[in-house]
Design a protein. Sequence first.
Length: 419
Amino acid sequence: MKFSLRRNILLNNCVFTEEFRPFMKKILTILLLCFACLMSFAQEEFIPPPAKLITSFKFKLLTGGIITLKGKLNNFTDTLNFILDTGSGGISLDSTTTQRLSLPTQLSDRTIRGIAGIRQVRFAYNNTLHLPGLTVDSMNFHINDYEVLTSSYGEKIDGIIGYAFLSRFIVKVDYDSSKLYVYTKGTIKYPRGGHLLKPLLVNLPIFSATVRDEDEVTNRFYFDTGAGMCLLMSSDFVSDSSFIKSKRKWYATQAEGLGGKAPMKTGVVKSVKIGPFKFKNVPAFIFTDEYNVTSYPYLGGLIGNDLLRRFNLIINYDKRDIYLMPNSHYYEPFDYSYTGLGMYMIDGEIRIIDVMPGSPAEEAGFKAGDVVMAVENNFSSNIQAYKTLLQTPGGRLKILVMRDEGPIMLTLKVKSITN
């Protein structure tokens, strides 16, 4: 009896299923459609409008890959010379430029630090920057002394444009055409064949790169277009990572930075890798990070624009993107020259200020205070041209200098840091 009853129930269920199968299919279809609709609502995304080109204008490259561009301030007619620098956490003016324009400034409780010093800063608040085809208001410039940069490059450096400007726009740096393109924030399509960096960004972009010599090590570095070098590492990072060959030769030199000049050593490392891009025998500097610029061990140092200029850049801080696209400079040789000369433009003269001990400059007989009159047959008194001529490893250059006793011809044999 129990068996028959159960069988009847099963049979009834089968009959019930057959009768309502078309109806069940409709219900299932409706449920699937509802689920799909719910999923589509869950994936809804508000896309900002496309980025629009605001302006484009030419820039100039100085030795080391430094970018300079022209601009004006407020209602002043003077054209100012700025360095475009991802290694700057704001925007700044040279102290002498500030005085010349009679800009009011206020002492702040903020400090800035660089490889050569740390200092409390003054600000010139609420100014307007005019670039070709673009006006940017409400800019708070911090005040700094760029005399060393001016004398090093032989051109007046009136200021540095950094995060305070770059964070407001999408900026494309095209080294093939030497043009800067400024876009509104928004969606932008990156070209094929490049590499997207997703840097940490707290005013300064920080990204990972791999350096190799005897061993390989990956660490974080500043992405620094304002540094006229390829690679700068702190001595703490180099010592603790122990990746450099023990027999690698290093040469005494110095570099310019915030607060003045800082002593360093220069040589090469076997390779530097950024994303999929690898460079071999890369010129490098090692410095003692006295002012903790790199906050070691958080950072190993910085990668500068003598390497980064080999890529066209799209700087999109709103999305925390920096897009790298190899350009026509990608395969250009690095500068391996070493002279040990500290040459600066001072009061209209190109003077030798520093001579590194044991350097080719010392062996050639250079002295601090020498005034450079000509390099080879170039009498232009153009420090950029002279520095370019000195980038000839293995070359023997005739250099005419003036001293109190009269003109002297010196022969400088340029060394290669690869030796």
